[in-house]
Design a protein around this ligand. Sequence first.
Ligand code: AMP
Length: 498
Amino acid sequence: MTDHVSSSKLSPAHLDTHQLDSDKFNDECGVFGVFATPEASTHTVLGLHALQHRGQEAAGIVSHADGQFYSHKSLGHVADNFNTEPVIESLPGDSAIGHVRYSTSGGAGLRNVQPLFADLARGGFAVCHNGNLTNALTLKKQLVNKGAIFQSTSDSEVVIHLIATSTYPSLQDKFIDAMRRVEGAFAFVALSQDCLIGARDPLGVRPLVIGKLPHDGYIFASETCALDIIGADFIRDVEPGEVVTVTKDGMTSVKPFPASSPRPCIFEHVYFSRPDSLTNGTSIYKVRKNIGKELAKECKLDADLVVPVPDSGVPAAIGYAQEAGIPFELGIIRNHYVGRTFIEPSDTIRHLGVKLKHNANRGELEGKIVVLVDDSIVRGTTSVKIVDMVRQAGAKEVHMYIASPPTTNPCFYGVDTPDKDKLLASRMSIDEMAEHIGADSLKFISIDGLYRAVGEGGRNNKIPQYCDACFSGEYPTQLTDNNASDDDKQFSLLTDSH
Ligand code: AMP
């Protein structure tokens, strides 16, 4: 075992205790699970590879064979750490779950890498989580006060403890009991010796889909692109508030939460999901093109060129160019051999990351009035560099058009956004932002325009159809931990830094 790789047959002392450094509490992630399929771990490696954009920091797989669970966890990319025969052989069995994890703080150790596993009264149980539980610290305090010993700083671990202490008889019921006690956003995939479970929070903030392999074998995955890679058919989305259980007898479903209006995350459409994925049967790529079209209707400009900020701005830029009737050109070329700029932990390196990642295509830009299209502005680091780069390459005017409304509020549901005071749009007016990034003009699509693009008539202000808290500041669930007393916050800091 090395510092960045852990591979083991799981025993009660399953949780890796290397690198006991503090970590950020919430993650962006991708989850995957497969049941009753030969080569389950190979399918899971492929599924996680397709979900790599949802988390590049670490990955983990737990498989099950003949009553025994096996685990491999590693920091880094799936293709670099799971794509070998010894690793696949160390994960035998016909069911497996896996997780890719994204966290921006530097010291994320192996102990937080999922799936989390526990030997419970009713047998082994492994769990993967995408999202963020907004009452995890409050629950953790209650559990620790009753003697629970936490082994990670991940919010997801409270679920293991809630299951362990639930008085319901079966593992499925214990799991549902735990789900009913957590608040916030979750897509969970869990594995026991005889079932695979997929669960989505009552508002359906985070995505989760069901797929099926041609002969047998059900799949749960964060996005449909993870089904395509293994040739599985897309069956349907797990519905908001639905807990789906797959056993050798087939699939069953319950809705154990009080009914509420769904509020899936609108930022999945804007940025997070892969463009070749479907949500609720709708192509993310088409939605992004629609956003560009709506942006063009709202913000017209007599420009020479529409240039996307690659890759995240490409579909919206195509839509903008088509609607506005302006030529689309690749005026910025992306180097694909560096990760997302957000992975870099410090501001200095993040600046460097943008330079490493993009280069201006001078021949296309010289003397032109350019509309740059990007999906979002968060801290503004990318925009400052890109606008400067395009100007240095000889563009006559550089206008920055953004395919989402200003990001004014942090996400508490699992999309990694910085604190409010680091969000450019919460610190500055749009004119000040334009000056800050050095653009001749800066435009954002309106929230109604964004809703029109995703297929709603506009935002229903009484009951918004999505979670759009990052743009509106309206959080659709309680934020219990945020409202905790100073004592509780002190507790969470202390427990978070072991
Ligand atoms: P910034 O430089 O901080 O303004 O980042 C903006 C760029 O980061 C956008 O163009 C997106 O492509 C990307 N981005 C936006 N939101 C996120 C996120 N939550 N995690 C990672 N990257 C993001």
